[in-house]
Ligand binder design. Structure first.
Ligand code: ATP
Ligand code: MG
Length: 347
């Protein structure tokens, strides 16, 4: 077994199959970049086999809390795929597909729904936290509550074992593994495989407002496609230390979003430590730090923006349709094995 270290603390072996996805609820942001996209590109280049590397756009999952605005979801399928290609995902090395073009996933979901209780889904910390930010009140759509089950179908359909995700998805992957074990035990089989999360060194990037997580739906994120001016405005609106009023005042580094982003995106760790010391002591202004962060992020985002501008919608659709055809063949095979394991094959 060849074991390769792909990122710090994460190894994969030659049998691993990589899969991950995003909801097309908006363009992708720096949280996606640092939490998952960067790792996907590393994994894609390490595995270097598109039969073992799957990236998908979860449009059906996106509808679970956007069912009344399907046009928003459809539009963002193209935007998310543009983000993928502009950060370096390569359709020659990764199978990139659209969830709704693989109907087998939804049949798997129905079988798996029998293997997990409503109470277990309600207890999932990710679902709980997300419900708090939505305006469902007491009328939670069952489709939303069920999304971890649909995610288990996405993962298992491709026998995926290595999932590059942000920290918020860890509890959801635990549910997927519970379903896998319940399925294999109930039907006395080993058809389904457990998966492991591949986390980055920044598994959860905070929002520019200081909230726990930068998120498309919360509108508190720097998007990969933000132009230079928007980037600057967002950085200058970042939450810092409200008590750091004059440049000479001592300031707080912990919980200061500018420092959190510098920690995440600036390679010069020594300089960051110097800046933190100065800030704590007093004598370093927010404007200086925000300008520094702007320079660093603008440099990082400029090539991504430029690549994005070259991508035409027709090409994006051709990538997605081709990838979906290839992905569907794999999912069909797994669905046949699942039906056989349950014993509902009619000939
Ligand atoms: P939404 O608000 O619609 O749920 P989102 O911003 O949470 O959107 P998702 O499409 O749900 O994005 O997540 C896609 C992937 O990106 C997941 O693996 C998730 O863990 C990761 N991710 C999302 N936000 C962050 C973040 N702030 N930091 C690190 N990883 C993140
Ligand atoms: Mg999310």
């Amino acid at each position: 077994m060849i074991v390769k270290e792909v990122t710090s603390n994460n190894t994969i072996n030659e049998n691993d199959i990589v899969l991950t996805g995003d909801r097309p609820t908006g363009c992708l942001h720096l949280g996606h970049y640092i939490g998952s996209l960067q790792n996907r590109v590393i994994l894609q280049n390490t595995v270097n086999d598109k039969k073992k590397c799957f990236v998908f756009i979860a449009d059906v999952q996106g509808l679970s809390d956007n069912f009344a605005t399907p046009e928003k979801v459809k539009k963002n399928v193209v935007e998310v795929c543009k983000d993928y290609l502009s950060v370096g995902l390569d359709p020659a090395k990764s199978t990139i597909f659209i969830q709704s073009l693989i109907p087998e996933l939804f049949e798997l979901t129905v079988y798996y729904m029998n293997l997990i209780t409503v109470a277990r889904l309600e207890r999932c910390p990710t679902v709980k936290a997300e419900l708090q930010t939505k305006s469902f009140a007491t009328s939670v759509p069952s489709g939303f509550l069920n999304y971890p089950v649909s995610q288990a179908a996405d993962i298992t359909a491709f026998k995926s074992t290595a999932i590059p995700v942000g920290e918020d998805q860890k509890p959801v992957l635990e549910i997927s593994n519970e379903i896998v074990n319940r399925f294999n035990n109930t039907y006395n089989t080993n058809v389904l495989k457990e998966c492991k999360p591949i986390l980055s060194d920044v598994p959860r990037l905070v929002g520019i407002d200081g909230l726990a997580k930068a998120s498309k739906s919360l509108g508190n994120a720097i998007m990969l496609c933000d132009d230079s001016e928007t980037l600057k405005q967002k950085i200058f609106s970042m939450y810092t230390d409200p008590n750091h009023i004059n440049v000479s005042d001592p300031g707080k580094v912990e919980g200061n979003v500018v420092f959190t982003y510098l920690d995440a995106f600036y390679e010069n760790k020594e300089e960051i430590e110097d800046l933190k010391a100065q800030y704590r002591k007093g004598g370093l202004g927010d404007v200086y730090l925000k300008n520094l962060l702007y320079k660093i992020l603008d440099e990082k985002l400029t090539p991504i923006r430029e690549k994005r501008l070259l991508l035409k919608e027709d090409y994006i659709y051709s990538v997605l349709i081709e990838g979906s055809k290839e992905a569907r063949e794999v999912a069909k095979q797994t669905l046949n094995e699942v039906r056989e394991a349950i014993g509902i094959v009619y000939k």
